[in-house]
Design a protein. Structure first.
Ligand code: XMP
Length: 320
């Protein structure tokens, strides 16, 4: 049983120095590797790992082509300012190929997971010679695995490392006693920029969770652009999460004075405490109009913008 550290008992300086010491003791003269996604958990792990190991830690950011506009460069830039080198691995083609022809939501998620672990990160870990893998697992992940909400992960099997060969490989999970609030507090104490430890939730499958039907380069470009507009205009809304979703249907619109089939974007903005239930935020019509006109003006091919007013349940927060 992992012993939880509650926020009220968390002394971040003490926690950070204990974890740094544990990593130093485990890795010794070896080398370690970790994948940074820009989410709060992997960002905090990267910083703790860097404090402990400096150049003996290799941090990779896998550019899967499914992220927000400029995300890889932005995250790597934040870390550069803090003295941490982040290697961006361009795997866009591999992910897009793995996703081609897939329309089923679960198959989409599976293709992304498999491509991440088996093809891309697995290959990097195997080739790196690093024997220590730093992971941002938190206590909630453990609970959800036990409850069957998340799948039990045998990380080495996922990485395509033969169990016979796992001898000598070690996983280090410095955040496993914390929940999200504790991780955020630790991120703040580590000096991470607010943008990294206080972001709205973003799903692992990224923009692929917001494209209904097959994920293609064209659809990714549309949803990415619309996402950036929605995030910019709703940044001050105080809502729990907001997003743009690209529908698979085409709807009739006018293009250069002619009737044409165009794309349809659905805007969602949620009030929620823990994402288990959620209600649509009562945005003003003014802001909705601003979002619609900005999307129609800046995202080619879109002729319809709608706002979701259903609650979760029965809806989910993401569309896929
Ligand atoms: P749903 O769509 O299930 O989302 O109502 C609940 C919360 O979880 C996020 N989400 C994910 N996060 N991997 C993640 O790391 C995923 O596959 C995933 N799917 C949904 C979603 O953004 C929301 O905050």
């Amino acid at each position: 049983m992992t012993k939880e550290i509650k926020v009220k008992d968390l002394n971040t300086d003490k926690f950070i120095s204990e974890k740094v010491a544990e990593i130093v003791a485990s890795v010794g003269n070896g080398t370690a590797i970790n994948a940074l996604s820009g989410g709060v958990d992997s960002s905090v792990v990267t910083m703790i790992g860097h404090k402990a190991l400096g150049k003996k830690l290799r941090t990779v950011f896998i550019q899967n082509g499914l992220m927000r506009e400029g995300e890889a460069e932005k995250v790597a830039g934040y870390f550069k300012k803090m003295g941490v080198t982040v290697e961006i691995i361009d795997a866009r083609k591999e992910f897009l190929e793995a996703l081609s022809w897939i329309t089923d939501p679960e198959e989409k998620r599976e293709a992304i997971t498999q491509t991440f672990y088996k093809s891309v990160f697995g290959r990097i870990v195997r080739e790196s010679g690093a024997r220590y893998l730093l992971q941002g697992t938190i206590l909630t992940d453990v609970d959800e695995t036990v409850a069957g909400i998340k799948r039990q992960h045998n990380v080495f099997a996922q990485l395509g490392i033969d169990p016979q060969d796992t001898f000598g490989y070690h996983i280090l999970e410095p955040l496993i006693q914390l929940r999200k609030d504790g991780v955020r507090m630790t991120g703040k104490a580590l000096g991470l920029p607010e943008e990294l430890f206080n972001r709205i939730p973003f799903p692992g499958p990224a923009l692929a969770a917001r494209i209904i039907g097959e994920v293609t380069q064209e659809k990714l470009d549309i949803v990415r652009k619309a996402t950036s507009i929605v995030e910019k205009l709703l940044a001050g809304s105080g809502a729990f999460q907001y997003m743009a979703i690209l529908h698979d249907d085409r709807v009739t619109g006018m293009c250069d004075g002619k009737r044409d089939f165009g794309r349809q974007i659905e805007v969602r903005c949620w009030d929620s405490i823990d994402a288990r239930t959620a209600t649509p935020t009562r945005l003003s019509f003014d802001i909705l109009e601003k979002i619609a006109s900005s999307i129609l003006k800046s995202v080619p091919g879109v002729v319809s913008v709608t706002y979701n007013i259903a609650t979760k349940p029965p809806s989910t927060i993401e569309a896929v």
